[in-house]
Design a protein around this ligand. Structure first.
Ligand code: 4NP
Length: 163
C-alpha cells in the first residue's frame, strides 16, 4: 500500500524523552514503515522539552512494554528539542498539554501550526494527555502504550485522508 506520509518528518515530544515519546517514536516508525513501499521515506524522531536524561537510553519499563508488543526502542537516545526541529519537522506531536504549551513557548510563531496534541489524533482518548508514567509502575506504561497505539493509528489515517 502506498503511504502518502512519504517525505514527512515527524517528531514525538514529551518531558524527558525516556518514557512516552520513545514509545510514540517506535510505534509510529513501526506502523508507518510496515505500510511503506520501497523508495518511500518517512523520518520519525523524538525529543524532550527538558535535558534531564540527555544521551540516555529509554526507561527500561518503556523498552519492556514496547518489546512485549513488537516495538524496538533500543536505538533511541534522549535528546532535548532544539530550534532547528521547528524548521525540519512537519509534525511535532506533544504527549501532553504541558509539553504542548512548553513547545509553543519556544517555537517561532510561523511554525506553531506544526505542533499538535498527539491524542487529538486518537479515536478513544481524544483531547486527553498521555499521562506521565515515570513515578508509577508497569501498568501505567501498558496504559500509555495503548493510548499511543490508538493515536498512532488515528494519525496515520488522518494524514492519509488529508493528502
Ligand atoms: P517522559 O517521562 O516525559 O515520558 O520521558 C518522564 C521522565 C523523567 C522525568 C519526568 C517524566 N523526570 O522528572 O525526570
Amino acid at each position: 500500500m502506498e503511504v502518502v506520509l512519504s517525505g514527512l518528518n515527524i517528531l514525538c515530544v514529551c518531558l524527558g524523552n525516556i518514557c512516552r515519546s520513545p514509545l510514540a517514536h517506535a510505534v509510529l516508525e513501526s506502523k508507518i514503515t510496515s505500510q511503506m513501499d520501497e523508495g518511500e521515506r518517512v523520518f520519525v524522531d523524538s525529543a524532550g522539552t527538558s535535558d534531564y536524561h540527555k544521551g540516555q537510553r529509554s526507561d527500561s519499563r518503556s523498552i519492556e512494554v514496547g518489546r512485549m508488543k513488537g516495538y524496538d526502542l533500543r536505538h533511541i537516545r534522549s535528546r532535548q528539542v532544539v530550534q532547528s526541529d521547528f524548521v525540519e519537522f512537519d509534525y511535532i506531536l506533544a504527549m501532553d498539554q504541558s509539553n504542548f504549551e512548553d513547545l509553543k513557548a519556544i517555537c517561532p510563531i510561523e511554525f506553531h501550526s506544526k505542533i499538535h496534541l498527539f491524542l487529538d489524533f486518537s479515536f478513544k482518548y481524544a483531547s486527553l494527555d498521555v499521562p506521565d508514567p515515570y513515578y508509577g509502575g508497569h501498568n501505567g506504561f501498558v496504559k500509555v502504550l495503548a493510548m499511543i497505539e490508538d493515536a498512532a493509528d488515528g494519525f496515520v489515517a488522518e494524514i492519509n485522508n488529508r493528502m
